[in-house]
Design a protein around this ligand. Sequence first.
Ligand code: AMP
Ligand code: MG
Length: 346
Amino acid sequence: MKTQYWSVDKYVDNIRNYPQISQAASLLKQNEVIAFPTETVYGLGGNAESDEAVQKIFEAKGRPSDNPLIIHIAEIKQLNQFAENIPDHAKILMETFWPGPLTLVLNKRAGFLSEKATAGLSTVAVRMPDHPVALAVIKESGLPIAAPSANRSGKPSPTTAKHVADDLHGRIAGIVDGGPTGVGVESTVLDCTEPVPVILRPGGITKEQIEKVIGPVKIDPALDDAGQAPKSPGMKYRHYAPNAPLYLVDGSREYIQKLITENEAKGLKAGVLTTEESKGLYNAHLVLSCGNRSNLDTVASSLYDTLRKFNESDVDIIFSEMFPEEGVGQAIMNRLLKAAGHRVLS
Ligand code: AMP
Ligand code: MG
């Protein structure tokens, strides 16, 4: 398949009038799938009302069909077509955090969306992205847009158009390049169908931010325990993994260096994932910094790019520092644990 490329400056005025946006939206209306930037990661969008379009998303990604998609909207009025019995706490969260990196799981109104998009569930996950390009494409299409991350399933999510092209060139109809994304990790997924909402996936909006607005929420126990069946179907799959085995190290820099030295003595090329503060302190085949430990937003923003850079190198094994599970650190550690297949050395 021929993949079209468009480039848009996300800061231009009247972005909806740009031909790049109308061409991308017109492909969506023809049930083709295209990638576009959001504030979290690049999304692979398709018409959420069409089985044909949704099927194309699953095929392009190689995504298991029991993993439902998040429906992206540009205006609140789109929501009432396909969600019902929306609880008050969910409405307050929308007013506070939309557009933004918070996905709400709500009761689905039957008959409007493709059953494939919601994997046949009676609930639907929805969010309004905070990115001018995403909002313009969705608005211009006039459709609810199902959009998982625009990577091949299992790989680190894409935070640049190049990452998308590396994974999906030739497999999708188009890519809108709007520059690198900001937040860098996916949205928080909050199940609002329970009396006390439950965080199914930590992400760009933190538990602390949510609790400030609606009071205490729960965390899906499966997030802390790899053995538990998660409520969010997608959380059970291997995700974000670099090609070489990744180990999280719960220990000092000296301990990490010892692991590197031992493995290099065995003839393995070792990589280390660290931050600006410590990158000069390691002696390894490849040392990559993913931001500043003193500002975890920078780590979230560069995490996937750093994991992808290891794939462009010849390392045989990767050791990563750990991060405090506070604020966006919860999302960072969730993604790193999955990328490492829950291998932690201490
Ligand atoms: P991704 O598209 O890769 O960002 O993943 C979307 C996440 O949202 C996955 O973990 C899905 O399992 C989750 N999700 C989507 N729809 C629902 C739903 N109706 N109920 C619970 N989790 C959902
Ligand atoms: Mg994804």
